[in-house]
Design a protein around this ligand. Sequence first.
Ligand code: FES
Ligand code: FES
Length: 154
Amino acid sequence: MQVILTVNGRERTAEVLPATTLLELLREHLGLRGTKCGCGNGECGACTVILDGEPVTSCLVFAAQCNGREVVTIEGLSGESGELDRIQRAFIETGAVQCGYCTPGMIMSAAALLSKKPHPSREEIAEALSGNLCRCTGYVKIVDAVEAASRTEE
Ligand code: FES
Ligand code: FES
């Protein structure tokens, strides 16, 4: 079946199977490998993208459900010449990246939060990231990074 959707501001078309997930559509059909597959069953948050303004675990969304909808992935946050956005910069500057596998999903959850709530409390940041697991950092630096990004103008 054919799916037509907007990904990072650009209309994209793909032929998918009914069981194809949004994660597979992004990675395998569109070559957007920034979105990671951790568990494949909705438990780790590594595959988080923004769908019509809301963070979703893309391994649990069927591609067919995305027809006519708008998706933003980690690739969509950087500028046209590849410059990093404020959240990406804050993760690096704060030391919130170790192996990096959770990072795209963390950043997309943070981006969804900051688009709705520009100056969240640390508790609100932790709550917004509660579906994103990290085996490396202990989370404190990740919350520090999102807090730092919230203090930086876009
Ligand atoms: S890969 Fe989707 S939640 Fe883990
Ligand atoms: S930095 Fe390794 S899983 Fe988060």
